[in-house]
Structures are given as structure tokens and as C-alpha cells.
Design a protein around this ligand. Structure first.
Ligand code: SF4
Length: 319
């Protein structure tokens, strides 16, 4: 009879397992989990990143000091770091969140140092925005219904675009994992927002005018596996969550997707495959998005679809 305290062993090497991959039925030790993550990410990089022959490619890897972007940078560096035709730069946006951003920024800086990757950073005040701690105070003062993340998401996108143009990036790599992607797809479905689904990264086959293409090499790797991989590789990561994140709709979608995945393992993969199929069908039908053609925002010069970009509109609200 099996001992009550028997540790399940890895399917491949019989070492003690640290992870049960429910959607595949596999039991994995640390090394075989790491191997699985490496394979998935390498395949995604090959599929998503086109390096034109004879040309040079600069990749901005958006890092935050958290586990996802740390794994992303470590993997991209491992896969492409030795290529002479590729430059990798780690870029971090400082939102101005006391107690959260300074230590995570240090983790991001340390990771770049360890890997020998150039590190760039930009703060909200440098971009002309208020620091997030101040934005949160203003939201309370105005009795605004929007969450801090609604502002922060828009400002951070500007920050990443700013870093991309500062270094002349051809491609921007983002650390979205499988859970993030599934949550975003659910949110878009809830809002009936087909256009956002069609705009989802990777943009390899669906470039968006006026925007450096985004790649998302972690998109098939669940969050938990990324966390285990980061620990296994001993990457410098910051574990705390942002203090202003509570109340964001994404957190409710996080719970919903986790519940659906527990009921029907493979749900996250299914959602992502469905979104991919929608994108393919749309491309087959001739592509094209309904939105009006982008123009340059008269205030900041970045591409936008309205008369003024969302970031400048929000900046005004915060004055
Ligand atoms: Fe910004 Fe929200 Fe993320 Fe905090 S949780 S860093 S407020 S987007």
C-alpha cells in the first residue's frame, strides 16, 4: 500500500515531482518542468520573431522585476543573446509606487546586470504624467469611477513606446503568460470587443500601423509554471503585488478563469486557440479593422484613433 506521505515522482526520471500539469496529466520534477518551459518559449520565439536576413534587429524586452518578465528576458537572452544581428535591451517603466516599484526596479536592474543586458528606465514624471501614488489620491478626490489600473495601463503603454523609440526598437517583447492571455480574451468577450481580440499580440502576421510589433513568447506557459521556473533558475524577482491593483476587473477575471480551468483543464489553451482562429479567419476574409485610421495625437505625437490620445486625455483629467 502506498505510504500516505509518498511524494509523487516525475514521469520522466522518477525524481520527486514538484508540479502536476493537470491539463496534460504529467508529473514533473524541477528539471523536466524547466525543460518543458524552455521548449515552449523557444518554439514561440521561433514562430513569432522574424529576423530578416542581413538586417539588424533591436528587441525591447519590457521588464518589471516580476517573475514573468524575468523569465521572458532570461529566455530571449538565452535564445538570441549570442547573435550579432540582434540587440536585446531590458526596459522598465517606473510608475511611482512607493514600497513596490523601487525594490522591483532593483530586481529588474540586477537581472540585466547578471545577464549583461543594457538596462533602460523611464518614470511617469519624465513622461509628463503624475506618479501613480498621486493619481490614486486624485481619483479619490474626484470620486472617479475608474480604477488606478485604468490610468496606469494607458500611461505604462506610453512608457514602453517611449523606451522603444529611445532605443530604436524594431520589436517589443511582453511577458504575458497563458493566464494573462486567457483573462484578456475573456474580458474582450465580455465587452463584445472583437477589435481588441484582433489586435492581440503577437503581431507577427497582423502588424498594426504606427506601432512596433509586440511578441508574447510566454503565451502558452501557465503563470504557475513560470513562477516555478523562475524559482528553479533562481532569478532575482520581486514577489509583492502592487498595492493599487485591488478592484481591477482583471482580478475578477483571474478568479473566473482559474475556476473554469479547475473545472475543465485546458480551458486557458482553448480560449487562446479560439482567439487565434478568429484572427486567422479575419485575415483570410481580407483583414482590415473597423476603427478609423490612426492619426498622430496633436499633444504628444503618438498614434491614436481619436482627436487626442487616451494618455493625453487622462493626463488632463489628472491636472
Ligand atoms: Fe499599475 Fe494597476 Fe499594475 Fe499597479 S496593478 S502597476 S496600478 S496597472
Amino acid at each position: 500500500m502506498a505510504d500516505l506521505f509518498d511524494v509523487p515522482s516525475c514521469d520522466k526520471c522518477r525524481n520527486p515531482a514538484i508540479h502536476h500539469q493537470v491539463y496534460s496529466g504529467r508529473m514533473m520534477c524541477g528539471s523536466h518542468l524547466a525543460e518543458s518551459v524552455r521548449k515552449k518559449v523557444s518554439k514561440a520565439i521561433r514562430e513569432q520573431l522574424v529576423i530578416p536576413k542581413g538586417e539588424h534587429l533591436t528587441i525591447l524586452v519590457a521588464i518589471s522585476g516580476g517573475k514573468d518578465s524575468a523569465v521572458l528576458l532570461e529566455r530571449i537572452h538565452e535564445n538570441l543573446g549570442k547573435r550579432r544581428d540582434v540587440t536585446i535591451v531590458g526596459g522598465c517603466v517606473d510608475e511611482g509606487i512607493e514600497g513596490y516599484r523601487p525594490p522591483s526596479l532593483e530586481c529588474a536592474r540586477k537581472l540585466c546586470e547578471d545577464l549583461g543586458v543594457r538596462f533602460e528606465t523611464v518614470s511617469y514624471p519624465e513622461l509628463g504624467f503624475k506618479e501613480m501614488d498621486e493619481v490614486v489620491g486624485k481619483i479619490d478626490e474626484l470620486n472617479d469611477k475608474k480604477t488606478p489600473c485604468s490610468y496606469c495601463g494607458v500611461f505604462r503603454r506610453q512608457g514602453i513606446n517611449h523606451l522603444a523609440s529611445r532605443i530604436g526598437a524594431d520589436v517589443i517583447a511582453l511577458g504575458h503568460n497563458l493566464d494573462d492571455m486567457a483573462q484578456t480574451i475573456m474580458m474582450n468577450m465580455q465587452n463584445g470587443d472583437l477589435e481588441r481580440t484582433l489586435r492581440l499580440a503577437p503581431h507577427t502576421n497582423t502588424p498594426i500601423k504606427g506601432m512596433a510589433p509586440r511578441i508574447v513568447p510566454l503565451r502558452w506557459v501557465p503563470e504557475q509554471e513560470i513562477h516555478l521556473y523562475a524559482l528553479h533558475r533562481n532569478l532575482p524577482i520581486h514577489h509583492e503585488e502592487c498595492p493599487h491593483g485591488e478592484g481591477a476587473l482583471r482580478f475578477r477575471h483571474r478568479e473566473t478563469v482559474a475556476m473554469m480551468e479547475a473545472d475543465v483543464p485546458g480551458t486557458r489553451h482553448g480560449l487562446l486557440r479560439m482567439a487565434d482562429d478568429v484572427k486567422k479567419l479575419h485575415a483570410k476574409a481580407g483583414g482590415g479593422l473597423n476603427s478609423t485610421s490612426p492619426i498622430n495625437c496633436p499633444e504628444c505625437g503618438q498614434m491614436c484613433s481619436g482627436s487626442i490620445c487616451k494618455a493625453c486625455e487622462m493626463k488632463k483629467q489628472m491636472q
